[in-house]
Design a protein around this ligand. Structure first.
Ligand SMILES: C[S@@+](CC[C@H](N)C(=O)[O-])C[C@H]1O[C@@H](n2cnc3c(N)ncnc32)[C@H](O)[C@@H]1O
Length: 415
């Protein structure tokens, strides 16, 4: 094996850098998001900081950074454009008093009893998720609707924890496979159309089990504190105390839609009501490209020049030329993504303390065999803003057959 091949294998093994490593890690494993980064990577990046440091994640996702920061005695703060993720981050990073956890255990028993006592699902609310019968068989769906109705009687922190339990069970009893980026569905067999009382009971029992896990991990106290708020990280983050470290994994330029992956949770928790809401929300996210977001790209015009416009134009011209009918649209996608990240870098620089470090975990991507080197363009943008000691470190290979890597692009804001 050549030295490069050995290096590649070593990088490929770095699974602890990804969401997979979070699944057994207490609150970090509450709900999964494929593009979440691993809590170990975050801990490695913040362990050297003095206790009480302020760490900001401008693209919060599932809240890995603020939770890890609070666990290690720091102040974690994060921002996300997606209201569901703001809720999730808030619930994950909250301190739960013993009384709240006892009340949640009581509420769980009551919710389970109410769901078991339901006969049929007449009059129960169900989410407007397109082709919902593909996601859940009739028994699981009936149980989820009964659980939803029973949970609706609660509010505050107890309700939030019950909702986490509901989210976990709706994934564990779904026909959808969540173990890769593009979800797939088990083929329906004839008998899945019939309501099976065992499926109803299995789903209610799964909720009960999930709640035990959630309550156990909510019990651990946090040494520091964390807050998660809604915002657009292309804009100035007003009212956020300045950060010692900005640590984040931003959206990648790979047309992945977070809304698409989060659909089941967002519908059941009533953050989405119709497919058009999803397109609207995706358009506001950097790199959003789902539903109506795609057609809006056709008429997009940049509001600012970026320091990488010349390099980007060369790559985008190739994508436009080789991508057939979709080429020009994807070239605009790549342009808009980096344009938006430039707006972000400009605004986040005002938020970082002088001498503070910014660290971005980002992957490159390819369109029609043309590499989009986001890591290099991030580094160029940081340099253009006057950052010192700008480094690009390769941390992981992302895909077995393509030249896709993950990098840590970092720099220090001048004192
Ligand atoms: C790769 S994910 C972050 C994953 C996170 N590090 C974790 O461990 O879960 C990127 C996040 O950026 C958010 N986002 C996209 N555009 C945004 C914007 N303009 N402002 C704030 N958040 C945004 C998305 O909603 C998504 O949650």
């Amino acid at each position: 094996m050549t030295a490069t091949a050995v290096d590649r294998l070593a990088l490929a093994r770095n699974e602890h850098m990804t969401f997979r490593a979070n699944m057994g890690a207490g609150r970090h494993g509450w709900l999964r998001l494929t593009p979440a980064y691993g809590v170990r990577l975050v801990r490695e990046r913040i362990s050297h900081l003095p206790a009480g440091s302020v760490i900001t994640d401008p693209f919060s996702g599932t809240g890995t950074t603020p939770l890890a920061a609070a666990e290690l005695g720091h102040t974690g703060q994060s921002v996300d454009i997606n209201p569901f993720l703001v809720w999730l981050g808030t619930v994950k990073t909250r301190r739960y008093a013993g009384g709240t956890l006892l009340a949640t255990a009581d509420a769980t028993r009551a919710v389970v009893a109410a769901a078991r006592a339901r006969r049929g699902d007449a009059g129960l609310w169900q989410p407007g998720l397109f082709r919902i019968e593909k996601w859940w068989g009739p028994g699981a769906l009936q149980a989820l609707k009964a659980l939803r109705a029973a949970i609706d009687a609660y509010d505050g922190a107890v309700r939030d924890l019950l909702d986490i339990g509901l989210c976990r069970s709706l994934i564990s009893c779904s026909n959808a496979a969540f173990n890769h980026q593009s979800m797939s569905f088990k083929a329906a067999t004839d008998d899945t159309a019939l309501l099976d009382a065992d499926d109803v009971e299995r789903t209610i029992a799964a909720f009960d089990t999930e709640m035990a896990t959630v309550i156990a991990s909510a019990r651990y106290d946090l040494l520091g504190s964390a807050s998660v708020r809604r915002g657009d990280s292309r804009q100035v983050l007003a009212d956020l105390p300045p950060a010692d470290l900005v640590l984040t994994s931003p959206p990648y330029a790979n047309r992945m839609s977070y809304i698409r992956e989060l659909r089941p949770y967002m519908y059941w928790l009533r953050y989405l009501d119709a497919a058009s809401d999803a397109g609207e929300l995706d358009w506001r996210a950097i790199g959003g490209t789902w539903g109506t977001a795609t057609s809006k790209l056709n008429t997009w015009v940049p509001e600012a020049e970026t320091p990488v416009d010349a390099a980007m134009k060369a790559v985008c011209d190739n994508i436009a030329a080789d991508g057939g009918r979709n080429g020009p649209l994807l070239a605009t996608y790549v342009h808009k993504y980096h344009h938006d990240m430039w707006l972000h870098f400009r605004s986040i620089t005002g938020h970082l303390k002088p001498g503070g470090r910014a660290s971005y975990i980002i992957g490159n991507s390819t369109f029609y065999q043309h590499e989009v080197p986001a890591h290099e363009w991030y580094a160029a943008m940081l340099r253009a803003l006057g950052y010192r000691d700008v480094r690009v470190e390769t941390i992981r290979k992302r895909n077995s057959n393509k030249a896709l890597f993950e990098y840590d692009v970092s720099g220090t804001k001048p004192a």
